[in-house]
Design a protein around this ligand. Structure first.
Ligand SMILES: *Cc1c(COP(=O)(O)O)cnc(C)c1O
Length: 423
């Protein structure tokens, strides 16, 4: 199946006289005929359901759809994108580990790595993702366990050179983890370019309607944990909490997701609710149609903003002459996403005046939604960062993040024009 068809059909195949729509298994628990049958599940000797904190059939169907879309071997849903990135990294890192991450990543992930995981003894080096390969290689250490980046960064919309990052990661014997939230698998499948693990905030385009917060992790199954066994004891040495089984041995290519599910989800409990997974599935069914419209509208909006003398600068990778246009053409040939970053002339004060003058586009702590929305990171999402950290993350104080929706583009252009005319 092509990606468009997978959006509708992967993950759930009803049999004869079964419901056409994915059922919501709104149950915390499952019934078993014998205590032995249930015991085998707890020993991971058999797969099956027993408690929704670990697995639920609705969630599994949606995770399988996302895994199919990304071209991975297995997937799992999490309660949020934050949980997805934490689980994806914590599954292979522990106290004493080190991560190389792009400094341009989403503010929430920047904090997760730089503050919270640091407190757990996991060190991170934030790097300029545009540096040449030999420069980036200098940031790797003996205890480096993962490389992290975003296909399209939030909010600076820089495009990651995935092949470069994959080469760097693999030449140092570690996996590349890519957050593919903005591109979605409709526009880019990082695994095809060498990424080992893909994460998502499903809260964004995948849901698409601002209905449910959620996340997902997909494993390519390509990274050979046993070949780097000394680095990944969690996957390659016995787990005493499951009678000494070794995930990478017992489950092979499914070892990574099995560990994240049966160990991390068991202990940290960040499952997505089955009802939210159901909403997410409905969003996924139209993802391919929406992404096409998002990109089409965004390009028209970007061209309009670029032509306005009220606009100081604009970044949108699909725009002719954008600094990421070459990478976008390579990794995102059908369009990048609906998000762009720009600034109006006159700095912070004029930015606020402009935003307050909009009638259709709404100010919202949200992005990648069917409805056009925008925010000002320096005074909203990234307000906890110092000016220095803002600069390091490439976020100008006047940057406005505009997330173009799927409305009629003429209405959007008219709204932007009347607001620009006011400043
Ligand atoms: C929003 C976002 C996250 C965090 O996801 P939540 O669902 O809000 O927890 C992570 N990465 C990127 C790129 C995001 O845009």
């Amino acid at each position: 199946m092509k990606v468009e068809t997978k959006c509708l059909h992967s993950g759930y195949e009803p049999g004869n006289s079964e419901p056409r729509q994915l059922p919501v298994y709104q149950s915390t628990t499952w019934k078993y005929a014998s205590s032995d049958a249930m015991g085998r599940l707890f020993d991971l000797e058999e797969s099956g359901y027993f408690y929704t904190r670990l697995q639920n059939p609705t969630n599994d169907a949606v995770a399988a759809k996302i895994a199919a879309l990304e071209g991975g071997v297995a997937g799992m849903l999490t309660s949020s994108g934050q949980a997805a990135n934490f689980f994806a990294l914590f599954n292979i890192c522990e106290t004493g580990s080190h991560i190389v991450a792009s400094s341009a990543i989403y503010g929430g992930t920047y904090n997760l790595l730089g503050v919270t995981m640091k407190k757990m003894g996991i060190d991170v080096t934030f790097v300029d993702q545009d540096l040449p390969e030999d420069e980036l290689a200098k940031y790797f250490k003996e205890n480096t366990r993962a490389v992290f980046g975003e296909t399209i960064t939030n909010p600076t919309v820089s495009v990651l050179d995935i092949e470069k990052f994959a080469r760097l990661a693999h030449s140092h014997g570690v996996p590349l983890v890519v957050d593919n939230t903005f591109a979605t698998p409709v526009n880019c499948r990082p695994i095809e370019w060498g990424a080992d693990i893909v994460t998502h905030s499903t809260t964004k385009y995948m849901d698409g309607h601002a209905v449910g917060v959620g996340g997902a992790i997909v494993d390519s199954g390509n990274f050979d944990w046993m070949a780097h066994a000394e680095k990944y004891p969690g996957l390659t040495t016995p787990d005493e909490s499951y009678h000494g089984l070794v995930y990478a041995e017992k489950f092979g290519k499914l070892g990574y997701i099995t560990k994240a599910t049966s160990q991390l989800m068991r202990d940290l409990g960040s499952i997505q609710s089955p009802q939210n997974a159901f909403y997410l599935n409905n969003g996924l069914e139209s993802l391919h149609v929406r992404m096409e419209r998002h990109c089409k509208n965004a390009l028209a909006v970007a061209r309009f903003l670029k032509s306005s003398d009220k606009v100081a600068w604009i970044h949108y990778p699909d725009l002719e002459g954008d600094e990421y246009s070459e990478l976008a053409q390579k990794y995102l040939p059908n369009g990048s996403c609906g998000v762009m970053a720009f600034a109006v002339r006159g700095g912070r004060a004029k930015a606020i005046e402009f935003m307050d003058s909009l009638r259709l586009a709404t100010i919202a702590t949200h992005v990648a939604d069917a409805r056009t929305c925008l925010l000002h990171p320096a005074s909203h999402t990234h307000r906890q960062l110092s000016d220095e950290q803002l600069a390091e993350a490439g976020i100008a104080p006047d940057l406005i993040r505009l997330s173009v929706g799927i409305e009629n583009v003429d209405d959007l252009l008219e709204d932007l024009k009347q607001a620009l005319d006011k400043i």
